[in-house]
Design a protein around this ligand. Sequence first.
Ligand code: AMP
Ligand code: MG
Length: 331
Amino acid sequence: MRAVIGCSPEEAVAQLKQGNPVALPTETVYGLAAPLWDEDAILKVYALKQRPSNNPLIVHVLDECQLKRVAHVNAQAAKLVNVFWPGPLTLILPKKPCVPLIVTAQQSSVAVRAPNAPLFRKVLELLGMPLVAPSANKFQQVSPTCAQHVMHGMGDTLSYILDGGLCPLGIESTILSLLDEQHPTLLRYGPIPKEALEDVLKHSVHISPADTSDHATKLCPGLFKKHYSPHTPLYLVDKLQGFKPPQHLEQQFHQQAAYVFFTRPHRTLTGKEFYLTENEDLTEAAANLFATLQDLDQGHFKSIWIETVPHQGIGCAINDRLNRAAHDRFL
Ligand code: AMP
Ligand code: MG
């Protein structure tokens, strides 16, 4: 099978009704969607992504009304929904019995968000039920931010990719657990910063330990340390300007390497310099991050050297993804 790329939400719904997962654009990254109450299609999503069954899926709803069908909504959640939905905020809440356990990896909690992307919302509206939609890439690979990247990564196994152009945010949703209202916990950095959540909650937000301990991965399996990785070895450095590699990496650093700066470098040395943003704009950098990594990964580079970005706002989410992409190659 070779996927068709098209612009018809009606066709996407027709495929979903036939039990075929389809790739859909969200404002964060492209998702691989299946109806919440079609367990066979959900199993196909796990299989297509080669995703372990202990890694739960996010349920995508149209609005608060659909949210209430799938989760118990507490006062803190209602406040956040009011301000940030539809948008890139996923809430972890106690699940209702109608949510299949394969969606939640057998847990009694469910992750829910209402996406903002018009085509995704149209599909939800036409279908009349929530969709599960993990990112449309194979497990631990870089998330796709355009239809062509989905095609490249999984085109052979899908029937339909709904093309919504480039994802405007380009980085996965912020995930916040509200299972304990007195202890809101940030499980994944994303486009909505911790401080913005605290402003609305009028409460401090805790950060889940970003490690690979059993506890952290169980709480939020997306915390797997290696995640979002390109095939090409990626090295994360504090600053590229003036960086000197350790002796054992000198050859790697100089031979067929790509260098990714946060912002446009003052002078280019080799023509293999890339940058995430023209004007130190963290939002633009986030939108370009995965697309840059995908493109470099498909090039002929033997290694990618990338620098951290300012650790504020969405920059925290970018640095988080870079740390995972680099795995233990942080210099
Ligand atoms: P994605 O891979 O972008 O679809 O995001 C799914 C991630 O959401 C998972 O890897 C988990 O980290 C998180 N998640 C989903 N459901 C739950 C849940 N019930 N409890 C905690 N985290 C969850
Ligand atoms: Mg993913």
